[in-house]
Design a protein around this ligand. Structure first.
Ligand code: CO
Ligand code: CO
Length: 470
């Protein structure tokens, strides 16, 4: 990750020469790609960062969505980013010696990219075993005066957005009434409160997603005791929006809390779930199932960027396509692909913004791999032991997707393979190669110029820190 820009620039220049030499047609697409590459090797500071996380977006999920929507030879928007690498995603066991846990969950994964530190599954931006808070990229950005935003299709208290603005020992502690696993964090016990409370108390400028049921729970301690979390947000200067029209009418200058559903946002597409042999399908998915009053992920991304960037302000924005993972878990190929395509549209919004603002770093990745696999057509003798469905793709060909990481009818599981990362903009070249998820924190912090100097070693510096002189 720490390669120099000079080396990368040299390499890319060489690659471009080779590409041109073999390119007799002079296809404009190739030249565009070259421009994007040159822009991405810039070593200078990024004005802003947009991080897009597809929850459960492994290589299988990308490939099946591509095959279905644009055909095997087509390309999604996320495929057009000029730099691609792979990220390892393992987490830690909760107890010393903190051996690897090879299959990560969204909480430990989000902690890794948000803080640069590994932790155990279910923890949010706290250390395994010792439960110490870990500083997040959003907090660093806020400290330096950048605007911050977090957008998701899940509840705003779900693991990915939660890791940026909350520090807590268990991801299940989403609202003040959900604190069974986190009694030490109760406000009544002098703690920071639930994920919903911490998100609001953190004063993130733009937070958009679902989960109003959590925010309508009552706070049990501190200055807003007795109010709901939503009421405390309004008391702390937030404007509340609850549908797509209100979101569109939002103006910069005030903090914005968008709660568009009681739980997760409605799925974009539906279809037949996967079933045991002979499997479901062949099918085409039913599209446009999200009601108009709920904004699309692309619409939320568009408004978030508009509000955060107003007045040419610098910002950090996280955008999560959350239900790719959730539909993978329940073996719903149409739900999964519909959410992947909606996520890709949000990636498109970010890429279009960066085209006008080339000093924007865009990073697109998943948080862990998942269960779905593209497999050969089933026969009576040879077929998946799990559940599967056959879809008719944009090519007009059948594609069978299998879910077999658990028994049929049980919740399908995440998997432990490396995941794809792609980027463009200043420091975009940092993602090339095989890195760990934790490196994303360093890439974003370096790009924004937020990295805190390493504490100086030695007795006198330690004494100065102890006496609070530094
Ligand atoms: Co996840
Ligand atoms: Co999951």
């Amino acid at each position: 990750m720490r390669r120099t820009c000079v080396t990368v620039a040299f390499l890319v220049a060489g690659l471009l020469r080779v590409a041109r030499a073999g390119d007799v047609s002079g296809a404009p697409a190739e030249l565009d790609h070259g421009r994007a590459l040159r822009r991405s090797i810039r070593c200078g500071r990024a004005h802003s960062v947009i991080l897009l996380i597809g929850d459960g977006l492994g290589d299988s999920e990308i490939t099946s969505a591509r095959n279905y929507q644009v055909g095997a030879a087509g390309r999604l928007r996320l495929d057009t980013l000029p730099f691609t690498g792979a990220l390892t995603s393992y987490s830690q066991q909760e107890n010393p010696p903190l051996l690897p846990e090879y299959v990560v969950d969204s909480a430990a994964s989000a902690t890794a990219w948000a803080t640069g530190h590994k932790t155990s599954n279910s923890r949010l931006s706290t250390t395994a075993a010792t439960d110490q808070p870990l500083t997040t990229i959003l907090e660093l950005a806020q400290e330096r005066g950048l605007r911050t935003g977090s957008v998701t299709t899940a509840e705003l208290t779900d693991a990915t957005p939660a890791a940026l603005a909350a520090h807590i020992n268990h991801r299940s502690c989403e609202g003040p009434a959900d604190m069974q696993a986190c009694p030490q964090y109760l406000k009544a016990n002098g703690g920071r409160g639930s994920i919903a409370e911490q998100t609001v108390d953190h004063h993130v400028d733009v937070v958009l997603g679902g989960g109003s049921d959590r925010f309508n729970q009552r706070i049990d301690g501190g200055p807003y005791s007795g109010l709901t979390v939503t009421q405390s947000a309004i008391a702390q200067g937030y404007t509340l929006v609850e549908n797509a029209a209100e979101l569109e009418a939002a103006v910069p200058g005030r903090k914005l809390l968008g709660l568009f559903a009681p739980g997760n946002l409605t799925l974009e597409w539906t279809g037949e779930r996967a079933t045991a042999y002979p499997g479901s399908g062949p099918q085409r998915c039913v599209e446009q199932q999200r009601p108009n009053r709920e904004p699309s992920l692309a619409a939320m991304t568009h408004t978030a960027i508009e509000l955060l960037a107003a007045g040419d302000a610098r910002f950090f924005l996280q955008v999560e396509g959350a239900s790719i993972d959730k539909r993978d878990h329940v073996a719903d190929p149409c739900g999964q692909i519909g959410e992947t395509i909606a996520f890709d549209a949000a990636v498109g919004v970010a890429i279009d913004y960066a085209r006008r603002h080339p000093d924007t770093l865009i990073i697109v990745t998943g948080d862990h791999a998942h269960t779905s696999q593209i497999i050969p057509a089933p026969t009576q003798d040879d077929h998946s032991p799990g559940v599967f469905s056959t879809l008719i793709t944009a090519d007009g060909a059948p594609m069978t997707i299998s879910y077999a990481t658990n028994l049929p009818g049980r919740k399908q599981e995440h998997t432990g393979t490396q995941i794809r990362v792609a980027a463009e903009g200043p420091h975009g070249a940092d993602v090339v190669g095989v890195n760990d998820q934790t490196a994303l924190f360093a890439t974003m912090a370096d790009a924004l110029g937020l990295r805190r100097p390493e504490p100086e070693a030695g007795f006198l510096p330690a004494l100065r820190r102890l006496l609070g002189l530094d």
